[in-house]
Structures are given as structure tokens and as C-alpha cells.
Design a protein around this ligand. Structure first.
Ligand SMILES: Nc1ncnc2c1ncn2[C@@H]1O[C@H](COP(=O)(O)OP(=O)(O)OP(=O)(O)O)[C@@H](O)[C@H]1O
Ligand SMILES: [Mg+2]
Length: 223
């Protein structure tokens, strides 16, 4: 599904504070995999996820999406891919605080051009999956951290992406919410989606079939 071929990411390229955040990353991601990305703070986990999410482009190397080099995609095609093929969950949720749960989850479908009548059932279904149906009309700023995270997951999966990328999705959650969120990711994975989770939590790492351990911008170990 995804192949990274010798990917390098350099921040502040050509300047004094030039920094190699990813060095010669080679990686395959297959449909249905559940992957943990681990490593110390600054190891490059978020940088790798941002590249995988097509939110950032590498400085060299090739990103293949189903055997097609993403570097040749237009901005428009990249935007469509981010919205419809890749589900993204970031640590600070990136939800619109003044919108309701329903409105936030609806947004990616609106961007994809789905009609209102076709959106309603799907939104109800996804809110049910994440256990947020009774909060549909609540504003985001009225929710707890765990509820925000479940809303963010609902938004990430509303367009039925092939892969879900989550950057420390449980970093701000207590153990009950962490369990609930992990169960959601496992269910998603069992429904056939690839799931990639950047995490510091050994409990979460244990629950993933594949572990990518990063160190100083390199993949140190791959199991
Ligand atoms: N926009 C940026 N400009 C310059 N340097 C950056 C930028 N983003 C990240 N870096 C640097 O790149 C390195 C990798 O950062 P990254 O955020 O990928 O690490 P991480 O493994 O996700 O760490 P953490 O566990 O703290 O989230 C760090 O040294 C960081 O300072
Ligand atoms: Mg990070």
C-alpha cells in the first residue's frame, strides 16, 4: 500500500541549524497492518507520520502510494488523498472548538463533496462506533479529552480511509480512555485498515503486530 524508498527529511536545509530529521528511511506498509512507531523524543516519529500523511514532503527519496510516486501528484490530488484515503489523528485533536461533534465529523465528507442526505447515516454510524452519538450536538469545547479524541477518530475514519495514522493518540488520556481508544484502533484494524501509532507507551506497543523503533532519524529496529 505504502512504500518509502530512501526517504530523507532535512529541516532548515542549507542553513546553519540544518537538521537531518529522517535519514534513509525504507519502509513498507501493507493493508491490515497494525504498526507502533517508538523511540525517544526527537527521534523523528512525528516527522515520519507527517510524511506518511502527505502533510509534508521529503527532501529526497520516493514515497509510493500503491506503486505510484506521490512526488508526482498535484497539490489537488494530494489534498484529496489526505481527505479521503488517509485518516489522521494528531495529539492536539485539531478539531474546531466552536463547531459541534456532528459538524466536525461532517467536514471531511463535505470537502469530499458528499450530499447532506448521504452524510447523515454515515455520521450516525461512525459516532456510534466511537460511542459519541449522544454528544452529537455538543460543542467541542464542552468535551473532555477522551471525548475529543474519540471525535477526532470519528473524523479520521468518516471517509473510510485505507490507513489511519495517529500521533500519540493516548498521550493526554487516562488509562480508561486509553483502553477505549486502543480498542477502537484494534477494531478498525480488524475491519481491514492499516493503523500506524506513534507512541511512548509500552502497553500500546505490545498490542501492535509490527514495531518500528526510531533513533536519531533512522529506523533502528524493525520487528
Ligand atoms: N519544523 C521543524 N523545524 C526544525 N526542526 C524540527 C521541526 N520539526 C521537528 N524538528 C526537529 O526534528 C527532530 C525530530 O522531531 P519529531 O517531532 O519528529 O520527533 P518525535 O520523535 O516525534 O518526538 P516526540 O516524542 O517528542 O514527539 C527533533 O530534533 C526536532 O527538534
Ligand atoms: Mg512527536
Amino acid at each position: 500500500m505504502i512504500r518509502l524508498d530512501n526517504i530523507n527529511k532535512i529541516y532548515n536545509k542549507g542553513r546553519k541549524n540544518e537538521f537531518y530529521a529522517l535519514i534513509d528511511i525504507n519502509l513498507h506498509i501493507y493493508p491490515g497492518e497494525m504498526i507502533a512507531v517508538t523511540g525517544k523524543s526527537g527521534a523523528g516519529k512525528s516527522t515520519l507520520l507527517n510524511i506518511l500523511a502527505c502533510m509534508d514532503r521529503p527532501d529526497s527519496g520516493i514515497y509510493y502510494w500503491y506503486d505510484q510516486p506521490v512526488g508526482r501528484f498535484s497539490e489537488k490530488r494530494m489534498a484529496r488523498m489526505r481527505n479521503e484515503k488517509i485518516g489522521i489523528v494528531v495529539q492536539d485533536f485539531a478539531l474546531i472548538e466552536d463547531f459541534t461533534v456532528y459538524e466536525n465529523v461532517s467536514l471531511p465528507m463535505e470537502i469530499a463533496g458528499r450530499k447532506r442526505s448521504g452524510r447523515r447515516d454515515k455520521i450516525q454510524e461512525v459516532l456510534h462506533i466511537v460511542g459519541m452519538e449522544s454528544y452529537a450536538n455538543c460543542k467541542i469545547r464542552e468535551l473532555s479529552g477522551g471525548q475529543k479524541q474519540r471525535t477526532a477518530i470519528a473524523r479520521a475514519i468518516i471517509n473510510e480511509p485505507d490507513i489511519v495514522l495517529a500521533d500519540e493518540p493516548t498521550g493526554a488520556l487516562d488509562s480508561d480512555n486509553t483502553k477505549m481508544v486502543m480498542q477502537l484502533f484494534k477494531d478498525l484494524n480488524e475491519s481491514g485498515k492499516a493503523v500506524v501509532i506513534a507512541t511512548h507507551d509500552p502497553d500500546i506497543t505490545k498490542q501492535c503486530g509490527k514495531i518500528i523503533e526510531m533513533e536519531d532519524g533512522r529506523i533502528r529496529q524493525h520487528t
